[in-house]
Design a protein around this ligand. Structure first.
Ligand code: HSE
Length: 395
């Protein structure tokens, strides 16, 4: 029998405990042994099916030689970092969905895991139930990865979908996402693009093999997005989606950012709705490959965690997946894209700044698309305009 522990019994921790119990036959068949949840670390005891397994004493878990794998579902960096480190030091494998910890300290924890000959796995940290990190690093390993982008936050995609489809108010849609267990404990991380930002950092680390620090990545969420732009875009055959994007630049430099984009409705990613996420990886041999599925929620996220637990018990640790060196990170405004602007002004004003533009509406305000320009150029040209909204276009 193989024994494991769960640290933290929130949405993901509960899902892990449920899958280990409910899918025990499938897990046993694949592992060739029984997987048993022995200990659940909690801050406060509560009633429920795992009451008898609960402890609030981390050292009990840390010093238990029978526990081979710990699933960290605490979230944040403080206790999660300390307990992860101590579990690895104690020779236990650690699995997590904690994107903040992986984005900020993943390299250091992978190094420690390598020294101790154990796994530190985090498939669930990006895309919830979508297998993306393993395919990116294994199935696409023969490629040079040139770009990764995607809808990386289920909560904001759910909110945007509800607002567009049913005209729901932002706060009501957010409350629904929280009730469904999609949102972070502090949902500002979702709506301000920080959660998607952590995920694009992890994708960039793995895709380009070098650290991308979250603090260097510009992250814009959906809080400033106006329904007016959503409607203008819809009428013109575009959808507005919050995208995280990481791009390889010449000389092995790279950039990454999170921001709302206009996406032509003919592109597959434009039809990704509700809590669903999609990640597109562009390899130099494969071209674009898209991964799609539920990006948040108890069981999808826990499914990825339990699969990682099973990998810990059946495969050899992979060692360091990217280098600590964070140099070569460039301003994403150096990238060229088309831009959407809504200005208080006329088409003549728009044309004076940008030359030929594609006009969406003119009604006291003018909404238009520019040709492809760098973000820096777009900002400089728009400096003399009264800009009400601006966004990149994915084309
Ligand atoms: N709050 C996150 C989301 C959970 O909505 O996508 C999954 O990482």
């Amino acid at each position: 029998m193989i024994q494991m522990a769960v640290m933290g019994l929130g949405t993901v921790g509960t899902g892990v405990a449920r899958i280990v119990a409910e899918n025990s036959a499938q897990i046993q068949r694949k592992l060739g042994d029984t997987l048993r949840l022995k200990t659940v670390l909690v801050r406060h005891f509560r009633e429920g099916p795992w009451r008898n397994l609960m402890t609030d004493d981390f050292t009990q878990l840390e010093t238990d030689p029978e526990i081979q794998v710990a699933v960290e579902c605490i979230g944040g960096v403080d206790a999660a970092y300390e307990y992860t480190k101590r579990c690895l030091m104690a020779g236990k494998h650690v699995v997590t969905a904690n994107k903040q910890l992986v984005a900020e300290r993943g390299c250091e924890l992978l190094k420690l895991a390598e020294e101790k000959g154990v796994h530190y796995l985090f498939e669930a940290s990006v895309g919830g139930g979508i297998p993306i990190l393993h395919p990116l690093t294994e199935c696409m390993a023969a490629n040079r990865i040139d770009e990764v982008y995607g809808i990386l936050n289920g909560t904001t995609n759910y909110i945007l979908t509800r607002m567009v489809r049913t005209g729901a108010f932002f706060t009501d849609a957010l409350r629904e996402a929280q009730a469904r267990g999609y949102a972070e404990a502090d949902p500002t991380a979702d709506v301000k693009g920080i959660d998607a930002g952590r995920k694009i950092c992890i994708l960039a680390d793995l895709a380009f093999g070098r650290q991308v620090n979250p603090a260097a990545v510009p992250m814009e969420g959906i809080t400033r997005l106006s329904l007016r732009d959503v409607k203008i875009a819809n009428r013109a055959g575009y959808r507005i989606k919050l995208l995280g994007r990481a791009v390889r630049l010449p000389g092995d430099d790279r950039t990454a950012y999170v921001a709302p984009h206009l996406i032509a409705e003919t592109l597959p990613i434009a039809s990704v709705e509700d809590v669903f996420n999609a990640v597109v990886v562009r390899g130099n041999a494969t071209g674009e490959v898209m991964f799609y599925g539920r990006g948040a929620g108890e069981l999808p996220t826990a499914s990825a965690c339990v699969a990682d637990v099973m990998e810990c018990l059946t495969a050899r640790p992979k060692g360091l997946l990217w280098a600590e060196d964070a140099s070569g990170f460039r301003d994403p405004l150096e990238l060229e894209t088309r831009w959407y602007f809504r200005i208080e002004g006329s088409l003549t004003d728009a044309a004076a700044a940008f030359g030929q533009v594609e006009v969406f509406s003119e009604d006291g305000e003018t909404a238009f698309l520019t040709d492809a320009v760098t973000g820096l150029d777009a900002m400089a040209r728009a400096a003399g305009l009264n800009v009400l909204a601006s966004m990149r276009v994915l084309s």
